[in-house]
Design a binder for this molecule. Structure first.
Ligand SMILES: Nc1ncnc2c1ncn2[C@@H]1O[C@H](COP(=O)(O)OP(=O)(O)O)[C@@H](O)[C@H]1O
Ligand SMILES: [Mg+2]
Length: 365
């Protein structure tokens, strides 16, 4: 595509040359040289006039069109009218074109402004809703502490006297359900804090050998009871600066899931970590039912649970992996999964050895 300016100069240049050429030819072939000279001068004047008028047309038409095209290009990029490039023109059509463009641009600007205001209002509303539900969850959590305390006192015959077998069964049931409820409310609170960017991280020196020791100690009774082989693949020690409780929470969530999905009596869960320059790469692997490729994309979303017969039998809120993702990303790492259906699943996550400060959001209250 050629600019209009080039076309104009090409046409007028060729025309001027032809007029000038004809003037010369006429002069050379003329018998009356004075007549030929008059015609030659006339052709020179016409050729020069053509060129000058081309310059004038170019200035008054192509220049403002070029500016308008530039303004439109800028507008399409920024959605803001360019004030730097005002267009002055005596050509009515260009003047109207520019006026229409500016009116349209102002309307688009206003629409975008209104849209942005709505988006801000929606964000604010969403935030208030989240803060409100966070407060509700907090209020739900508070009475659970004395409930659990009194139930535990009832379970201890030395404190409130003995209960008969039926009463003890009922109290045990209350205890188990209260613990479940407390966990659920805790998970909801953590998720809400993550959404609000208010999850607190404590930075401290962590020995991974100690961390793994306590995890293995915590889960051995359950894995022994379920006949699951829980193995640690980690030698020596690695010390990092991060949040030990939160890392423990991630391992616990992943191990609890693995426990639910490994086969009865031949279940195997391996946990471990390897040093990789500025971060640690940790994993939790199982030989369970596996996760299909389609579901692998969604399992880190809040409340997402795969609807299989195994999943349906187990309880859960679908928040565990969303929390793991929030924590790991908050600590500056990444989490991902590799899985083959029917063979098993391996969750990986990285933890920077030094916490990236910008990712830590302090609780404001
Ligand atoms: N190790 C695993 N093996 C197979 N499926 C898993 C495993 N871990 C998680 N999943 C699937 O991902 C879903 C989401 O897990 P999670 O967020 O921890 O929620 P929940 O455990 O409350 O169901 C689970 O419901 C389960 O279907
Ligand atoms: Mg879970």
């Amino acid at each position: 595509m050629a600019p209009i300016k080039h076309t104009l100069f090409l046409v007028s240049g060729v025309s001027s040359f032809i007029i000038f050429y004809m003037g010369i030819v006429n002069y050379l072939s003329a018998t009356d040289k004075s007549n030929g000279m008059i015609l030659l001068i006339f052709s020179i004047l016409v050729a020069a006039g053509t060129l000058l008028s081309t310059v004038y047309i170019s200035r008054s038409i192509t220049k403002p069109i070029e500016k308008l095209a530039h303004n439109m290009r800028e507008f399409s990029k920024t959605n803001k009218l360019s004030k730097k490039n005002p267009i002055k023109t005596n050509v009515q059509e260009i003047f109207e074109l520019n006026e229409n463009f500016e009116t349209m641009g102002e309307q688009v600007e206003q629409t975008i402004e209104v849209q942005n205001e709505y988006v801000e209002k929606l964000k604010e509303m969403d935030r208030k809703k989240l803060e409100f539900s966070s407060m509700v969850s907090h209020e739900l959590k508070t009475p659970l502490v004395p409930i659990l305390g009194y139930v535990q006192m009832l379970q201890n015959k030395d404190l409130l006297g003995g209960l008969n077998e039926k009463q003890m069964e009922a109290v045990d049931e209350i205890h188990a359900s209260t613990v479940k409820l407390q966990r659920l409310v805790g998970d909801i609170l953590t998720t809400q804090k993550l959404d609000l960017g208010k999850l607190d991280f404590t930075v401290e020196k962590i020995s991974f050998a100690e961390l793994f020791n306590s995890i293995i100690k915590e889960f051995t009774p359950i894995t022994n009871e379920k006949n699951i082989n829980l193995e640690l693949q980690f030698e020596g020690d690695i010390e990092i600066q991060s949040d030990s409780d939160r890392i423990n929470q991630v391992f616990s969530n992943l191990i609890k899931n693995a426990i639910d999905f490994v086969p009865k009596n031949s279940g195997k869960i391996t946990i471990g970590a390897t040093d990789s320059d500025k971060s640690l790469e940790c994993f939790v692997q199982d030989n369970g039912v596996g996760i299909s490729e389609i579901n692998q994309k969604d399992i880190f979303k809040k409340f997402y649970q795969i609807d299989t017969s195994t999943s349906r039998k187990r309880s859960g809120s679908g928040l565990g992996l969303a929390i793991c993702k929030g924590i790991i990303e908050g600590l500056g790492g990444k989490i991902w999964v590799e899985s083959i259906e029917g063979k098993g699943t391996k969750f990986y996550f990285t933890i920077p050895k030094k916490i990236v400060r910008s990712t830590i959001k302090k609780d404001s209250n």
